[in-house]
Ligand binder design. Structure first.
Ligand SMILES: [Zn+2]
Length: 413
């Protein structure tokens, strides 16, 4: 962790919905410009800040609710001095402008402290920088708050109550897997004994949890961190990501020797996670025995509650809805755009989930080398609510829109 400093809030130009920092930042010294950009990023709930140079100017962009938006254009000289300022804060080498570098720093905003993870690399136009904003002030969300509900929540809770076994959480990058893992761990902390995690990075520091952070410089990766954890008498283990054969093997061993192991894995749906584990070299009979459940998820933007109005579906949307739900499309809500949602009709995001409990028939299929489709078919026969249907239910309830479900769940962007 780099230096921790307090930011004295500076007088803001109209900083609220719609009104951005505008051109005012261009005349500021680098330190103040950085201060204003980071403060705005936190205020506007940005997950990432991009500083991107071009020939004679540079852009500042924010990613909010998954969407990258240009915030302001600055002269290239200011870009360069802002990048240097951030590298000083993050304890990075300011003389190195081409090689990729990582660093981090913490800023205090009134009561709360926010971590910033910085990555930089030299591009043809100069140094590009991406800053991940880790605002821990919202705390850890409950499973209900992340949008897990009904039978899927019930099934996932049954799986979390198991004394041992492996629970996989999958979805594309940025689909909220970490939030689900933390929400799941929260439900365990009372009676679960020694809960240990290996994460990259640690996104929330939680009480009653022993968290280890991947630090390749210090020789800690997922596999070596996990091997150390297993020797420290854990009851529950959280693996930030299973992405190599060795991590997969240690995690499966731990699940087979009496530990509850929660792990995220890169796969598109609940059945593909099992196939992914096999692709990482896990024997079929071991996977069949170790894995107890698999959850897959996506994030959809939530319809803005301040400007939502009844709206007609397009022909394509109605067709998709009716095909999935086997019922005629009724009335839906959509945001028409207002100051609260920056005019885009959505504010915040919610998870869409499918939860596959590994039944005896599924276990037999895994051991027999069945395909992902065969596993999925059995899960559906067992009563799994699939992602698409879960998404359409959320659209029907007015949480999101059919268009958003089609973009994020059917096609994935
Ligand atoms: Zn709105």
């Amino acid at each position: 962790m780099g230096s921790a400093i307090d930011v004295v809030p500076t007088p803001q130009p109209s900083a609220d919905a719609g009104g951005l920092m505008g051109p005012n930042i261009a005349g500021l010294p680098a330190a103040q410009a950085v201060e204003m950009v980071t403060l705005q990023a936190v205020k506007r709930r940005a997950s990432d800040v991009h500083l991107v140079p071009s020939s004679d100017s540079a852009k500042v962009l924010f990613r909010v609710d998954g969407v990258l938006t240009e915030i302001v254009v600055v002269p290239i000289t200011l870009h360069e001095s802002m990048v240097s300022r951030i590298k000083v804060l993050a304890e990075m080498d300011i003389s190195e402008t081409r090689r990729p570098q990582d660093g981090s720093f913490t800023l205090g905003f009134n009561e709360k402290s926010v971590d910033f993870r910085v990555s930089s690399i030299g591009t043809t136009w100069g140094e590009m920088m991406v800053i991940r904003v880790l605002d821990r002030s919202d705390g850890v969300l409950s499973l209900e708050e992340v949008g897990l509900e009904n039978m899927s929540l019930h099934h996932w809770r049954q799986l979390l109550a198991l004394p041992y076994g492996m629970l996989l959480v999958s979805g594309p990058t940025g689909s909220g897997k970490t939030t689900t893992l933390y929400g799941s761990i929260m439900e365990l902390t009372k009676e679960a004994g020694n809960i240990m995690t290996v994460e990259d990075p640690v996104e929330y520091r939680m009480e009653n949890l022993n968290q280890i952070e991947v630090n390749r410089g210090a020789g800690i990766d997922f596999a070596s961190g996990l091997r150390s954890i297993v020797r420290l008498d854990p009851d529950v283990i959280l693996v930030g990501e299973v992405r190599d054969a060795e991590t997969a093997k240690v995690a499966v061993d731990a699940a087979l020797t009496g530990h509850l192991v929660l792990a995220s894995i890169h796969a598109n749906d609940a059945s593909s996670s099992i196939v992914r584990l096999l692709d990482l070299g896990i024997e079929r009979y071991l996977a069949a025995t170790a894995v107890a459940g698999s959850l897959a998820q996506r994030l959809v933007r939530k319809t803005c509650p301040h400007c939502k109005i009844p709206a007609e579906l397009s022909a394509m949307e109605a067709m998709a809805y009716e095909a999935e739900m086997q019922e005629p499309a009724g009335e839906f809500m959509m945001g028409r755009g207002c100051n609260f949602c920056d005019g885009n009709g959505y504010i915040g995001r919610a998870g869409v989930f499918e939860v596959m409990a590994i039944s005896d028939p599924i276990r037999k299929l895994i051991a027999a080398g069945a395909s992902g489709q065969e596993l999925r078919a059995q899960a559906l026969a067992d009563g799994m609510v699939p992602l698409r249907r879960a998404g359409m239910v959320k659209a029907q309830e007015g949480v999101t829109t059919v268009g958003e479900v089609m973009r994020k769940v059917f096609f994935m962007d």
